[in-house]
Ligand binder design. Structure first.
Ligand SMILES: Cc1ncc(COP(=O)(O)O)c(C=O)c1O
Length: 422
């Protein structure tokens, strides 16, 4: 066992990891383009963009340059009572690019905090309107919005958040059915606070693609009832689904938009919550108590903002959404041979994402270990992949070459084969 892993095992506590069960972590020493390099020189293709964050590729030179230049100019400064060019410019750019109507940008650090900010904006706005009873959000089965308490509350508690259930606030949760959602809203009546949804593609739910018209239906229902629609594009933003934002696919204009992960190309932690002007206007007052009381030490970190600006330039130059679409189609084509395989169900693609479910009965005890076994098969085939339950998927960065895409498809084929022998 490498020295790094031995030391890690003494002092580190990893996310979403049962240390009593899982195999040793990969000892990673570098990353470039679509590949990560392990101790000893072995390389793996990052088939899931390091938790869906790396947008263009690891070590993208223009983003690194922007980061270095910004560090030399201004490393960090508080964002209360101070401002700086990268934050203002990034806010301007995001408002230009985002669905129409979003004109105010509130920065934070990661996807969970961008969601937390969105929820708090909605709740405080109802309080400012003297409607404090409006505190129940409509959310969806399988949804994942992050790991802080507000984000956990609107996420599906099963199975991950079960321990925290007593402390999570009440949410009305429905399936991916427009009529069911509308009926639930009507039932909530004047307790409805807002709707939160991952537009088009629900990542952690198992790469679920929503039925066509679902998102548009939610927008119409929200608008006609005067309640805000929060679009959580933490995962889907910046081209992943084949359009810059997934909301564009149904011409949806949310009241609030959450972005993170790929915002900086995945090279720096930064997130943003965009709101409509009328939202901001309701907090605007000479009364201090009407201010939005939320903030983090590193809000609008100048280096993160500079990285995001460089990433947005690259997206425009390279037409990243189109690149993802082309990559997704190539992956899908290479996986067509799995159609008709009795172990494989629901092969699908959206933008740069391909997924399918594995089915069939496995010997007892195997299921719990299945994900680990399959991860190992992927690694033995030179690819880093992490199945979500029964869902196998890939979502590599935009720089992935055709040869690397074919290798990812090959690894997925090998996983299906190995599962059949499990
Ligand atoms: C849709 C969505 N929202 C929020 C989050 C939370 O983001 P973070 O892990 O950066 O806190 C995630 C993370 O996967 C996500 O997929």
């Amino acid at each position: 066992m490498s020295n790094l892993i031995t030391r890690d095992k003494k002092v580190c506590w990893h996310p979403f990891t049962q240390h009593g069960l899982e195999s040793d972590p990969l000892a990673v020493v570098g990353a470039k383009g679509a590949q990560i390099e392990l101790e000893g020189g072995r390389k793996l293709i990052d088939g899931i963009s390091s938790w869906w964050a790396i947008l263009h590729g690891h070590g993208e030179p223009t983003i690194l340059q922007a980061i270095n230049d910004q560090y030399a100019r201004l490393d960090h400064v508080l964002f209360a009572g101070a401002t700086h060019e990268p934050a203002v410019r990034l806010s301007e750019r995001l408002c230009e690019l985002a669905p129409a109507g979003l004109s105010r940008v509130f920065f934070s650090d990661d996807g969970s905090t961008s969601v937390e900010v969105a929820l708090k904006m909605v709740i405080q706005r109802w309080v400012l309107r003297d409607q404090p009873k409006r505190h129940t959000f409509l959310a969806f089965e399988g949804a994942y919005h992050g790991d802080t308490f507000g984000a956990m509350s609107v996420g599906d508690p099963d199975p991950f958040f079960a321990s925290f259930k007593p402390l999570l606030f009440d949410v009305r949760r429905v399936g991916l059915d427009k009529d069911e959602a509308i009926a639930a809203l009507d039932d909530l009546g004047d307790e409805a606070a807002g709707i939160i949804v991952e537009p088009r593609l629900m990542g952690a739910a198992g790469m679920k693609i929503q039925p066509d018209g679902f998102l548009k239906g939610l927008e119409q229902a929200a608008r006609s009832r005067g309640i805000p629609l929060i679009a959580d594009e933490v995962f889907t933003g910046f081209g992943r689904t084949g359009t810059l934002f997934a909301c564009e696919q149904e011409e949806v204009e949310p009241d609030i938009l959450c972005v993170a992960k790929g915002l900086t190309g995945g090279l720096f932690p930064l997130s943003a919550t965009l709101a409509r002007e009328d939202f901001f206007a309701e907090f605007l007052s000479t009364d201090r108590s009407r201010a939005f009381f939320h903030g983090h030490t590193f809000t609008a970190h100048p280096v993160g903002c500079a990285a995001a600006l460089a990433s947005l330039d690259l997206i425009a130059q390279r037409d990243t959404p189109q690149l993802f679409e082309r990559m997704g189609q190539r992956l899908l084509n290479s996986l067509q041979g799995l159609e008709g395989n009795p172990r494989v169900r629901n092969l699908r693609q959206l933008g740069g994402m391909v997924a399918f479910e594995l089915c069939g009965d496995q010997p007892e005890g195997y299921l719990a270990m299945r994900s680990q076994v399959l991860r190992k098969v992927a690694q033995d085939n030179g690819v880093l992949l992490r199945p979500l339950g029964d869902t196998l998927y890939a979502l590599p960065p935009a720089c992935t070459t055709d040869e690397e895409l074919d290798q990812i498809a090959h690894a997925l084929h090998a996983m299906v084969k190995a599962d059949g022998q499990g």
